[in-house]
Unconditional design. Structure first.
Length: 234
């Protein structure tokens, strides 16, 4: 047999079970990553929570050839009184893991991190209520978030590797939960798919949840009267 492996059967495709949600930026993150992994010959099974996907979201999934999507509407860990949903979601996820038999588990939510997954775990820390609270209110989160802290701590400790999009987020995790974790920073990015580019306009555009104090839309509103360009907020 040739030393370079000629004649050997092709290596089986690696299967990635990825959790995500339909209510924030994790949705686009999941689709972007899923598309890239499929292009590299991985099988990707996306299990979403938070809310049932909209018609537009279903169309987005359908446009990615090879992406298997399994939706649900279970509450996420940061939502109001999520615990019954988190436990039910855990049972659903374990049933799906038994059926799908992944080689890699890629988690985009802390709620599922401490489950007995059958494969190595990559956990992505997109955000954290405790660090959000400290940044917005300049103090530690109140006691009603103690159960959340315990759950996130368990999820971080169970992960084989933790990914954060920024060094700031990695430092925030270290501050809130300790630094005994294998963490790497991988910045977020998007594929440029624009095909019909229009000339730039003299305006300042911001897209954010205006009710989230961490987005600091108030600062933009305050400075807007002093600017020569109009400020547009979506």
């Amino acid at each position: 047999m040739a030393a370079d492996g000629a004649g050997l059967p092709p290596r089986p495709r690696q299967r990635v079970l990825m959790t995500g949600d339909t209510v924030g930026g994790v949705w686009q993150y999941s689709l972007e990553l899923g598309r890239a992994l499929i292009a590299r010959n991985y099988e990707v099974m996306l299990l979403t929570m938070g809310a049932w996907p909209t018609a537009d979201q279903r169309d987005e999934v359908a446009a990615i050839d090879g992406l298997a999507h399994f939706p649900s509407a279970y509450k996420l860990l940061w939502m109001d009184d999520p615990w019954r949903h988190v436990e039910s979601a855990g049972r659903w996820l374990m049933d799906m893991a038994d059926a799908l038999r992944p080689n890699i588990v890629h988690l985009n939510d802390f709620g599922a991190g401490d489950l007995p997954w059958p494969a190595p775990i990559v956990a992505v820390a997109h955000s954290c209520v405790l660090s959000w609270w400290r940044a917005v209110h300049a103090r530690a989160a109140p006691r009603e978030w103690t159960r959340y802290r315990r759950r996130v701590t368990a999820a971080l400790n169970a992960a084989d590797v933790i990914v954060t999009p920024t060094h700031s987020m990695r430092n925030a995790l270290d501050h809130e939960y300790g630094n005994a974790h294998t963490t790497c920073v991988i910045p977020n990015g998007r594929t440029d798919t624009a095909t019909d580019r229009q000339p730039k306009l003299p305006c300042i555009f911001s897209a954010a949840r205006v009710g989230d104090a961490a987005k600091n839309i108030q600062a933009l509103r305050a400075v807007a009267p002093q600017l020569t360009w109009p400020v547009c907020i979506a």
